[in-house]
Design a protein around this ligand. Structure first.
Ligand code: NI
Length: 169
């Protein structure tokens, strides 16, 4: 947080199935795994392209979250823009050591492409809906604190969750 590249609107990927895209995704996977993240967007490693990855079987940072299938998504679009919201805790590898309660749409439909250019369309809810909204926000230069309604629910992970030794940032 503080790096101006995290505040820019990223550009659409124009060519699929390229070595550049494969290399970018490999970098993103390595970064996400090393940081034990639930998701990552290309601007978080300094690349202003509309590419996100997310998914896990079990995540130490979000021990109560249901599994989300590992997904590499290019040029994602969230097509549901209205509906009930729910608040829950989020963290971000670009905002280390902190958590905040963020309102998000409870259910969304999203579209996009896999790295080969095949279309993806999904209707999702729960943590899957939360993570895709969080990652797509990165592509528009939005970090989760900007989505918060009540800054009293913003704090250090170690203070908010002192017993959760498995949560790391
Ligand atoms: Ni993030």
């Amino acid at each position: 947080m503080g790096d101006p590249r995290l505040l820019e609107r990223s550009k659409a990927v124009e060519r699929f199935a390229t070595l550049e895209l494969s290399a970018l995704l490999a970098d993103m996977r390595d970064t996400m795994v090393a940081a034990k993240g639930a998701g990552l967007a290309a601007p978080q490693i300094g690349v202003g392209l509309r590419v996100v990855i997310f998914g896990f079987e079990h995540n130490q940072r979000y021990p109560d979250a249901e599994p989300v299938p590992y997904t590499e998504l290019v040029n994602p679009v969230i097509t549901t823009l209205v509906g009930p919201m729910e608040e829950d805790w989020e963290g971000c590898l670009s905002v280390p050591g902190l958590r905040g309660k963020v309102p998000r749409l409870a259910r969304v439909r999203y579209t996009g492409f896999d790295p080969s250019g095949r279309p993806i369309e999904r209707d999702v809810s729960g943590f899957h809906a939360r993570v895709i909204q969080h990652e797509c926000d990165h592509l528009d230069g939005i970090l989760y604190p900007a989505r918060m309604r009540d800054m009293r629910s913003f704090g250090f992970t170690s203070v908010l969750f002192p017993d959760a030794e498995t949560i790391e940032d």
